[in-house]
Each structure stands twice: as structure tokens, then as C-alpha cells.
Design a protein around this ligand. Structure first.
Ligand SMILES: Cc1cc2nc3c(=O)[nH]c(=O)nc-3n(C[C@H](O)[C@H](O)[C@H](O)COP(=O)(O)OP(=O)(O)OC[C@H]3O[C@@H](n4cnc5c(N)ncnc54)[C@H](O)[C@@H]3O)c2cc1C
Length: 328
């Protein structure tokens, strides 16, 4: 069934890139609609909620170096959507590659990492649990298939899923397919733990340069969070080697690796779960801002188009909106 769509521009993905572009296009007077396969906004900046606990299990914090992004962060801070995180940092292992040296301020969303994106999503027409499964040219514009059934039409389209998913939507014959499929993403397996009692090992975050883990974070030490919750990330290598295991089967090995770093057993866990990020960070990303096919009204954006990470996703979203605004 084809659904008439009042949206002039459809954006696929409600992460930082898609929602930044959508809100700028809406501010410029365009009718926009965002389609997101998950149940809410956030993408890799999602916050997992379980009972009384919440976990920032994807992006851990972000820095702001670009003057435009710094300005955006200042505005979010003034509205209480982000805050600085000043963790006590420890470094495990001999490698100096990640020493946790104080960079620019480490920012986090408040009350969860997805706080900014929930705010942005509130300003545009977002449809959740809408997975785009097909894309074709139609009447000079685009027709999208949603979940293999329903379809929507629009004049212009902005794709922000990770490169493998974007390449699949484009199809092999598209002129941008080769560029997009050259970008590979590193995986990351994440462990989330909640404790009834405080677990204070003397640090709030740790860069780990030895063994299967890469990062430990005391989620509750971030502004606006409560409870003794921790997030643990596997290295890209270990995550890749175990990617096809069920996340549940990795709880044991990851917990043991956490205990080995602390040098003691963990106290009773009130809640524990694991998550597989198949596409976490680009390795390496592109430095193009966004990819653009002005003749067909198609723009491709995402952190992997603009140097990776949250700041890259924001910059790519801004550039995608500009590309749509100058398109004929
Ligand atoms: C484990 C982990 C740790 C990280 N740590 C940091 C960090 O410390 N600092 C930092 O700056 N960055 C970090 N990042 C990276 C950061 O999260 C990303 O750079 C940023 O969130 C990417 O935003 P995006 O909008 O480009 O993509 P995404 O957030 O991936 O958004 C794309 C959206 O598209 C949706 N989608 C995909 N396919 C479809 C489809 N077919 N139909 C509809 N919707 C679809 C997805 O569900 C997703 O919501 C981390 C990421 C991970 C996973």
C-alpha cells in the first residue's frame, strides 16, 4: 500500500546526523519526516533503560572542537541537555596509546546520552519502528519501502545509517555504492551492570590497553544519573572475534575480565546484560562532510562521512542540510 506523504524530504535514521539535518531543514521551512527502525531516537547515542537503571551503552562522552559544534553544545548546556563529565580516570596496561590525558571538556547528554536527540526529535515528525527496506526512483523523486510492505514517497532523501546498511539501500548499481562500501566499521560488544551497593574502585572511567576490554565507565558518575551502574566495552579485535556469539554468552567472559582488572570479585549484580554494536566506529571514516547526488536529490550523511564520532555526526548532519538547501 502506498501512503501519500506530505514530507518533501525524508531522512532515514534518528541519530545525531539525521536529527541535526532534520531540525535544520525544518527550521528552513521544509516539510521533513524522519524514519527510524528502533523504538526511539539516539542511534549509537542511545540510552538503555531497565527498571530503575539506565546505561549509556554506546557513545560515552563527546568533545567539541569545531566552533559551530561548540556553539551548539553551549546552547544545549544552557538548556540542561548536556553537562561536563569529570571522571577520575585510570589507565590499565602498558600501552601509552590511550593515556586518558585531559582533552577538551568531556560532554555527556543529560539525563541520558540520548537527551539531546530526544529534544531534537520532539521538533520534527519522527516515525519509529519504521525500517526502510527498499529505495527506488519514482516520478522524479523517491519511493521508500518500509518493513517490506508500506511505501512512502518524497522529493529528496537523506540516508544516515552506517555504511553497510546505506550501501545495501543504494544497491550495487548506484554511483555512490563503491565509495560507501569502502568504509568499514569496527564492532563493539558492551556489558551493562547494575549493583545494589556502591562499587568504588577509586576511578570513574578507565582506558584499558590490555586484554579483551577497552573501556570501563561508572555510568552513575555522570551528571544527572543515579545508581551504581557500569558500562564495559570490548576491544574492536575481541569484539570482532566474538561478534556472532549471543551477547548473553559474553556476559561471563566480560565480567571475568572486569574482575581481573579490579583484582577482586564483583559484588552481587542486581542487573546485567550485554549488547552487540555491529557498527560502532568507522575505520577509517571519510572526510567529505556528506555525499551528495544533486541530480536525484539524494544525500548520504553520518559520523563516518566527517571524521567519526558525535562531533563528526553533527558536522555531517549540518552539511547534509546545506546540501539539501542548495539542491535545485
Ligand atoms: C560503543 C560505542 C562507543 C562510542 N563512543 C564514542 C565516544 O566516546 N565519543 C564519541 O564522540 N563517539 C562515540 N561513539 C560514536 C558515536 O556514537 C557516533 O559517532 C554517533 O552517535 C553517530 O551518529 P549518526 O547519526 O552518524 O549514526 P547513528 O547513531 O548510527 O544513527 C543512524 C540511525 O539509523 C538507523 N537506521 C539504520 N538503518 C535503518 C533503516 N534501514 N531504516 C531506518 N532506520 C535505520 C539506526 O537505527 C540509527 O538510529 C561510540 C559509538 C559506539 C557504538
Amino acid at each position: 500500500m502506498s501512503q501519500p506523504c506530505p514530507a518533501e524530504i525524508i531522512l532515514v535514521g534518528a541519530g545525531m546526523a539525521g536529527l541535526t539535518a532534520a531540525s535544520r531543514l525544518r527550521e528552513a521551512g521544509h516539510a521533513v519526516r524522519v524514519l527510524e527502525k528502533s523504538r526511539g531516537p539516539g542511534g549509537r547515542m542511545s540510552t538503555r533503560r531497565a527498571g530503575p537503571w539506565q546505561f549509556d551503552h554506546g557513545a560515552q562522552y563527546f568533545t567539541a572542537r569545531d566552533p559551530g559544534f561548540r556553539q551548539a553544545v553551549e546552547q544545549w548546556q544552557a538548556r540542561g541537555l548536556v553537562g561536563p563529565w569529570n571522571p577520575r580516570i585510570r589507565v590499565f596496561g602498558p600501552s601509552p596509546e590511550k593515556r586518558g590525558d585531559g582533552p577538551a571538556t568531556r560532554w555527556v547528554g543529560v539525563p541520558g546520552m540520548n537527551g539531546i536527540l530526544r529534544d531534537l526529535a520532539g521538533t520534527v515528525d519522527c516515525r519509529y519502528e519504521h525500517r526502510v527496506t527498499g529505495l527506488s526512483r519514482h516520478n522524479g523523486g523517491w519511493r521508500l519501502t518500509i518493513d517490506g510492505r508500506e511505501s512512502m514517497e518524497c522529493n529528496r532523501i537523506v540516508l544516515t545509517p552506517p555504511p553497510a546498511q546505506t550501501a545495501q539501500l543504494l544497491g550495487q548499481d548506484h554511483p555512490l555504492h563503491a565509495t560507501v562500501s569502502r568504509v568499514h566499521m569496527q564492532p563493539c560488544l558492551a556489558l551493562m551492570l547494575a549493583f545494589d551497593n556502591p562499587l568504588d574502585p577509586g576511578f570513574d572511567a578507565a582506558f584499558v590497553n590490555t586484554g579483551p576490554l577497552s573501556w570501563l565507565a561508572r555510568n552513575g558518575s555522570r551528571p544527572g544519573r543515579e545508581g551504581e551502574t557500569w558500562v564495559v566495552h570490548g576491544t574492536p579485535e575481541w569484539s570482532r572475534a566474538n561478534l556472532e556469539q549471543s551477547p548473553e554468552s559474553l556476559i561471563g567472559p566480560m565480567t571475568e575480565a572486569f574482575e581481573a582488572l579490579l583484582g577482586r570479585s564483583l559484588p552481587h549484580q542486581a542487573y546485567v546484560t550485554a549488547h552487540r554494536w555491529r557498527y560502532a566506529l568507522a575505520d577509517p571514516g571519510l572526510e567529505v562532510g556528506c555525499l551528495d547526488d544533486p541530480e536525484t536529490g539524494l544525500v548520504i550523511a553520518g559520523d563516518w562521512c566527517a571524521g567519526n564520532r558525535v562531533e563528526g555526526a553533527w558536522k555531517s548532519g549540518v552539511q547534509a542540510a546545506q546540501a539539501c538547501l542548495v539542491a535545485p
